[in-house]
Structure formats: C-alpha cells, structure tokens
Design a protein around this ligand. Structure first.
Ligand SMILES: Cc1cc2nc3c(=O)[nH]c(=O)nc-3n(C[C@H](O)[C@H](O)[C@H](O)COP(=O)(O)OP(=O)(O)OC[C@H]3O[C@@H](n4cnc5c(N)ncnc54)[C@H](O)[C@@H]3O)c2cc1C
Length: 453
C-alpha cells in the first residue's frame, strides 16, 4: 500500500489507550500523519501495568457479541468502519460464550504492532502536560488521566465541568415499567402540568423490606486507588440506608409534596424516576447512586413497585473516573468548546466501557483527519450506535450528566412502531447498520487518500 499524498498533514494524539489507538489508526488510514504520545512505560496510572498500548485494565471482555444487543451493534459498526480495536479483538479472541473476549496480552501486542508498523504513525513514549498543542490534537488520556492534563482541562473547561469520580444511578427502560403502579407528578406540582417525574410509591411494609435488603446487600470492593471521598449530597444509597431506618425517608425517598392518585394519600416513601433522554425511552432512578454489585442492584431494585420487570439500561456505580461534562464542553465534531484545535476521545468524554471508549476514538480520528484535510465534519447519523453515543455526550442532559454505556434507549426511536421489544431492537439494529453503510459512502466521497498498488 502506498499513500498518494501531495502533502502530509499531522495530528497529535495524547494517550495510547483504546480510544487513542483507534483514533490514530483511523486518521492514519485516511492518509494523515499521526504522532501518538503515550506516557508508559516512564509513568503508569494506578491501574495500568504493561508497556504495550491499548491495555485492558480489568476484564478481558468486550461484552455481548450479539447484534440484538446495543454493544453488539456498536462493535459491528466499528468493524465495518475498519476499526483496529475490532480487528485486534477478533484476531486474539478466546472462548467466552455469547461475549467477545480476548487474550489481553496478545490483544495489546496486536494493536501496538499494527501502529508501530504503520508508515504514518510515530509513537512517542512521553507524558504530555498540556491539552493544547501545535497542531490538531486529540486528548484520549482516559479515566485515570495524568494530574497535569486533568488540571489543564479543568482550567480550560471552567464552570466545574471536569469530574474525578462518577456517581451513577441506574437507568431503566420506560417500556419495561409497570405503569399501573406508578404515577406521574412533580413535588408540589412544580414543573410541567402533567408532572415531570414518574413516582414509585411504597407502603411502610414495602419500605421496611426494601431497607432491610439494602443494608445487608453485597458491595463492590474499592481498589486501593479508589478511596472515594463521598460528598454528603451524593452518598451511595446503601450508605444512607445504613445510617438509619429514616435516613432515606428524608433523602432521595422522601414522599413530601406528592399524593398518590391511587390512594389519594401521601405515600410512605417514593422512588422518583427522571426522564433521561429526549425521546423519553429511559428514566433515571433519582439519587440511587450505589456501589452495590450489579446482581444485588437488580434483585433489590426490582422490589420497588413498578420495577419488578424493569430492564436496566445502566446499573449504578461509583468509580474513580476523570470525565468532562460533555454536553457543556463538547461541540460538533467532538471539539472542546472554546479551545480551537482540540478534541476529546474515549472515556474522558463521558462514555463508559472499553468498546464505547474505542468507538468515540474512532469518530474523533475520522473527524480530525477530515478537519486537517479541509473537509467538512460529518457526524455519524443518530440512527447508528455511534451517533446515539455521540448525541448523548454532546447534547445530553448537562445538568445531571453522568457516564453512560451504549444502549438501545439512546438510539433515535423508530416512529410509530407498535411491535414488541425484541422486534424493536432488531429493527433498530438493522436500521443502524444500514445507516452506517450510508455514512461510510459519504465519508468516502472524494476523500480516498490511499491507493492500493
Ligand atoms: C480500574 C478500571 C477498570 C475498568 N474496567 C473496565 C472493564 O472491565 N470493562 C470495561 O468495558 N471498561 C472498564 N473500565 C472503563 C474504561 O472503559 C476503560 O478505562 C478504557 O480503557 C478507557 O479507554 P480510554 O482509551 O479512554 O483510556 P485508557 O485505555 O485508560 O487509555 C489512556 C492512556 O493514556 C495514557 N495517558 C494518560 N495521561 C497521559 C499523558 N499526560 N500523556 C501521555 N499519555 C497519557 C495512559 O497511560 C493510557 O495508556 C475501567 C476503568 C478503570 C479505571
């Protein structure tokens, strides 16, 4: 393969993790020279251990391989877009049932080797201390980004838009709720005429049983670098529960200002659900940030009236996690608002997970390559899994922004669809893959930098 280029443009990428490596590959495959900065092995984050790039710091799984799952669709889109991370994962796959799991050492070696061998990629093993550079830059320094980059980002994003811990409440899919047990209202009838919240009312007996399970539930153990300084306003639900029987009744489960139309009375306790996405497909459990294990969350939160058959689009967690408030700080093309020439990629943009981080890297790499070559930015269509994720981190709810995995609830809904859940998911998946092919065609129009000899 030779590169038929009249002039060579260069971009810089900071961070050789999943996002940075994918961004580098995408840009280089489009004929753009890339300098990729990685601070390992001179410096390691508290979770990174090996010298190779694209290190999987915990599990070796890229989750479901099924296209009937949103992350399966995202992976298939990435594969079709020529993703290096997908190539590496299929090349180093290990048996894992319905999941795509890899031999982590082989995986990291594959990615490192591919980038080392790419004629347009130069890897510099050095820590970068500033966000802005001399040319277009992608910052992909991850959830454990170095202190220098974090403080520079904090300075540039102002308005307290950089966070060091997430505090994630579970999100449920609206169609999985039992509306017969839930009522719509805002406290003291504030807000919209119909009420902005879905309320799950509890009797005293229901509350007692729920509280007893909560205080004895199994928690995820924190790693040593995750000594999380909890803020009073954002304590895990189980920590609040352990402070006393009444604590939640004066906190997130307080029933004040609400009347259950079913009984005509104020409930003993209430779990409030707040709309998460513009389409109303997802609702967030207000104040339910938690460190309980996923299994315990599903078991205990299904005791809440109306949530017995809930589909959880996201479960709760609290991690050490450096990320920005995307809707406040990012603009079209994943550019950092008010900082010309800089875009962000990976987990630092407010997505969650290996695949999602790499997917945002992929899009950032494409955008940067197009921008430096003077081509217009073409965001992925909102019908695609990539488009849905990018839409969440750029135009989601900036007031209550928290990191998110990809889920069908984020996809642009299919208008007037009346079928069941499985059918809807299949349709969303099918439409997403069709649209990604369309997008690919647009990207390729007159922009093909490589010619095979
Ligand atoms: C402890 C932990 C466990 C996780 N476990 C999972 C899991 O099991 N499954 C899952 O799907 N997701 C998991 N995640 C979430 C997340 O998806 C991964 O962290 C993912 O690797 C993020 O990709 P990234 O490219 O954004 O960042 P990373 O993969 O972390 O890459 C960032 C890279 O930037 C480098 N870097 C940082 N600062 C600088 C600098 N100043 N100069 C140069 N280089 C720099 C780092 O050394 C690193 O190589 C976990 C996160 C953490 C923190």
């Amino acid at each position: 393969m030779t590169f038929a280029l009249k002039e060579l443009h260069t971009i810089e990428i900071v961070g050789g993790g999943l996002a940075g490596c994918e961004a580098a590959w995408q840009a280089a495959q489009r004929g753009v020279r890339v300098v990729l900065f990685e601070m390992k092995p001179t410096r390691f984050s508290p979770a990174h251990r090996i010298h190779d790039l694209a290190e999987l710091v915990c599990s070796n799984s890229f989750r479901s391989a099924s296209p009937e799952n949103a992350v399966g669709v995202l992976k298939e889109e990435m594969r079709r877009l020529g993703s290096l991370i997908m190539q590496a994962s299929y090349a180093t796959r290990v048996p894992a049932g319905g999941s795509l799991a890899v031999d982590r050492a082989e995986f990291a070696r594959f990615v490192t080797h591919a980038l080392e061998e790419h004629p347009l990629v130069e890897i510099r093993r050095q820590a970068v201390s500033q966000v802005e550079g001399n040319t277009l830059r992608i910052i992909a320094t991850g959830p454990l980004t170095s202190d220098e980059i974090a403080s520079d980002l904090a300075r540039l994003t102002k308005e307290n838009s950089l966070y060091f811990y997430d505090a994630i409440s579970p999100i449920v899919e609206t169609e999985s709720l039992n509306n017969a047990l839930i009522f719509r209202a805002s406290r003291y009838n504030k807000g919209g005429t119909e009420g902005d919240y879905l309320n799950c009312p509890m009797t005293e007996e229901e509350y007692r049983r729920f509280w007893e399970q909560l205080i004895h539930a199994e928690k995820v153990e924190a790693r040593e670098f995750e000594d999380i300084p909890y803020f009073e306003g954002c304590l895990p639900i189980e920590v609040m529960a352990r402070r006393g029987y009444d604590t939640l009744l004066f906190g997130p489960m307080k029933p004040v200002g609400l009347r259950d139309p079913g009984t005509g009375k104020r409930p003993f306790a209430v779990v409030q659900l707040r709309q998460e996405d513009a389409g109303g497909n997802l609702y967030n459990m207000v104040g339910f940030q938690t460190k309980l294990t996923y299994r315990e969350q599903e078991r205990i939160f299904r005791m809440i009236p109306g949530l017995k058959c809930a589909t959880f689009a996201r479960l709760g967690s609290i991690h050490r996690n450096t990320f920005i408030n995307g809707p406040r700080c990012l603009e079209k093309g994943l550019r950092l608002r008010g900082v010309p020439g800089v875009r962000l990629a990976g987990q630092i943009t407010g997505v969650e997970g290996y695949v999602e981080s790499a997917a945002v890297g992929l899009i950032a790499g494409i955008h940067a390559a197009r921008e430096i070559r003077g081509l217009p930015i073409l965001p992925p269509p909102p019908e695609t899994a990539h488009g849905a994720l990018i839409r969440y981190i750029t135009t989601g709810n900036g007031e209550h922004f928290q990191p998110m995995n990809v889920t069908f609830g984020l996809f642009k809904p299919v208008e007037h669809f009346r079928g069941g859940k499985k059918e809807r998911r299949r349709l969303l998946a099918y439409r997403a893959l069709e649209m990604i092919e369309e997008w690919k065609k647009h990207l390729a129009d007159g922009t093909s930098p490589c010619t095979d000899e």
